[in-house]
Design a binder for this molecule. Structure first.
Ligand code: DQA
Length: 223
């Protein structure tokens, strides 16, 4: 997966959902931290869509609390043929052992997405820029998910997205929460390369997500 074109990822906690995602998604984001035996599930996976593997740390809003196990599992996943990309938290890449995962991923030809999340707010525009700069420096794709408290926050995020994408950087951005919901449909217009959506809205993996069919339609109509 090279993310040169926009990739719509169906965010799943169970890979058995993949057949239901095929019609609208380009990939499945497998939330390993929310699955019961993720490596076994990946081993058994015989779906059509490539997998973007995420094993989100508890300290970054996920459910994987032992960092050593979490990163070891993610590195193993990165080496599987069905896995086209792995998500590694930027903080793991800069301060933890995430760079080892990234190295193993690269050796296996797997794309690395460096991610940053803010579940509280949208940092000021200069900080957004700094975070995306660091994320794009450390990985093939820099991803920034923030929480919008008002529409103005989305404007800041879109401005920075546009700036990086225009400079040829591969970025993925979205504003979580209700005021930021429309960013999921609009950010791709400004160059964001990944969208996330649950197959069914009750299985959302972040606040403010559209269901897959809806996001696919909105992105298509705005493209
Ligand atoms: O990082 C992201 C983006 C996300 O948080 C969202 O807002 O859609 C959903 C997560 O599953 C994914 O790992």
């Amino acid at each position: 997966m090279n993310f040169e074109e926009f990739v719509l990822a169906a965010s799943v906690t169970d890979l058995d959902a993949e057949p239901r995602a095929r019609e609208h998604a380009d990939a499945v984001e497998f939330r390993m931290d929310l699955a019961s035996d993720p490596l076994a599930a990946l081993g058994d996976y015989d779906g059509e869509l490539p997998v973007l593997a995420t094993n989100r740390a508890a300290w970054e809003g996920g459910e994987a609390d032992d960092d050593e196990t979490r990163l070891a599992e993610l590195a193993e996943a990165a080496e599987l043929a069905c896995v086209g990309a792995v998500d590694v938290e930027l903080q793991s890449l800069t301060e933890g052992e995430g760079d080892r995962v990234a190295e193993r991923a690269r050796r296996a030809g797997t794309t690395v997405v460096a991610s940053v999340h803010d579940f509280e707010r949208t940092p000021p525009e200069t900080d957004l820029r700094g975070l995306l700069e660091s994320a794009t420096d450390h990985a093939d794709v820099g991803k920034l998910a923030v929480t919008a408290e008002d529409r103005g926050d989305v404007l800041d995020l879109l401005a920075v997205t546009h700036e990086f994408a225009s400079a040829g950087e591969r970025v993925a951005t979205m504003a979580m929460g209700e005021p930021g919901r429309h960013s999921r449909a609009v950010a791709p217009v400004y160059g964001s390369k990944i969208g996330y959506a649950p197959v069914e809205s009750e299985d959302a993996t972040a606040p403010g997500q559209y269901d897959l069919e809806t996001l696919a339609r909105l992105v298509d109509e705005l493209a």
